[in-house]
Design a protein around this ligand. Structure first.
Ligand SMILES: Nc1ncnc2c1ncn2[C@@H]1O[C@H](COP(=O)(O)OP(=O)(O)OP(=O)(O)O)[C@@H](O)[C@H]1O
Ligand SMILES: [Mg+2]
Length: 354
């Protein structure tokens, strides 16, 4: 028996003496107690889902919150904010989508692919990345050896089927797609394809698959550098021009999608480009990190943190080599040095005669 059903049973047992308590002729009392119990039982699943996580809890998705988070917490990725929201809203609002949602996040290191996946999970599932319905698969950790690809295929099939049968609205995040053993993702084809489920079969069409990779990152960077050199605004970069760039990368680079049936059968619904981050975005990441750690915030500190990173291309030094990835340790370093400097100034001042 499910935990929820056990709870319902417990409530009925606890309430049973009250049903018999009033005199039998007092029909009004009996009726009102009965109504109360039925109302309690009906609302019990909602109550239960209020305190814990339920697959069928339709209210757990917070689209307005997702929109706000993508807008204010993700820096320099206008194409990501626009497209991710559109893709998810369309899929979540559709009671019977005709296929599972498959999104590929492509781009340079430290541009926010894991960060955005985490934000999505937090706004669709009550427990975010810790949800029982969110599965993070990291290529080098879960599937390290090309020679074991046949074993991995069985494991992956089993994971997806077991999870979706428990909760149709399951989410799978595949990190380091470019390091997946070749041929492995082909097993996902039946789950991503336009198959109506047979009677009694598992319906995969409500599930969400997100693939993260650096594939096409250098092509995206080259396109963004060209755009920058042409003096055009970053926000004018359109999803369509980047789409072509990423697809080229997916075809050329020997990553996990290389010649996979997911690409060849056009089963990835959206390729979302993560653009290389500029110094101004690095400063915003520094500010967010300083606030998170409870440090004072100032332009001087943002600049000190930004100065700690390397930028490309060599002649222009516009885009961060490591994106916002090393910001946390750089903030610690800069704050540590500032504190040491403050202490030495304090000592120097207190040593002065008079
Ligand atoms: N666009 C961004 N806006 C705000 N913060 C960001 C952004 N990109 C990265 N960050 C910050 O940097 C950290 C590291 O980024 P993240 O792990 O998402 O990079 P990634 O794109 O997955 O890189 P990799 O390709 O190396 O795996 C995040 O946890 C977040 O704090
Ligand atoms: Mg990552």
């Amino acid at each position: 028996m499910e935990r929820k059903e056990r709870l319902v049973l417990l409530v009925i047992i606890l309430c049973a003496p009250q049903i018999h308590a009033p005199p039998i002729e007092d029909i009004a009392v009996v009726a009102s107690v009965g109504v109360a119990i039925i109302a309690g039982i009906v609302s019990l699943p909602n109550l239960y889902c209020h305190f814990t996580e339920c697959c069928e809890d339709k209210n757990s998705a917070d689209i307005a919150g997702l929109q706000t988070a993508l807008r204010w917490r993700v820096f320099g990725q206008h194409l990501v904010s626009e497209t991710v929201l559109k893709a998810l809203v369309g899929h979540l609002n559709d009671e019977a989508p005709n296929k599972a949602l498959a999104i590929s996040f492509n781009g340079w290191t430290g541009s926010g692919k894991n960060f955005v996946s985490k934000i999505i999970a937090e706004h669709i599932f009550k427990k975010g990345m810790k949800s029982n319905y969110v599965h993070l698969i990291i290529a080098t950790h879960h599937y390290p050896h090309q020679s074991d690809v046949e074993i991995y295929k069985r494991q992956l099939r089993d994971l997806v089927e077991r999870s979706v049968s428990k909760c149709p609205r399951s989410m799978f995040i595949f990190d380091e797609m470019d390091k997946m053993p070749l041929g492995l993702v082909d097993v996902l084809k039946p789950y991503l394809d336009y198959h109506p489920p047979g009677a009694g079969k598992i319906d995969f069409r409500q599930s969400i698959f997100i693939f993260l990779s650096n594939t096409g990152g250098d092509l995206i960077n080259a396109a963004v550098i060209k755009h920058w050199k042409d003096g055009k605004k970053r926000e004018d970069i359109k999803i369509k021009e980047m789409d072509e760039v990423i697809k080229q990368g997916e075809f050329d680079d020997k990553g996990g999608f290389w010649h996979s049936s997911l690409i060849e059968k056009h089963l990835i619904d959206y390729f979302i480009p993560f653009l290389p981050l500029e110094r101004s975005h690095i400063k915003l990441c520094a500010e967010a990190e300083l606030r998170r750690k409870g440090h004072p915030v100032s332009e001087l500190i943002f600049n000190k943190v930004a100065d700690e990173l390397s930028y490309f291309p060599k002649d222009l030094e516009v885009f961060s080599q490591s994106g916002c990835k090393k910001i946390s340790s750089k903030v610690d370093y800069v704050m540590g040095r500032m504190r040491t400097m403050e202490i030495s100034i304090f000592i120097a001042l207190s040593d002065r005669p008079g």
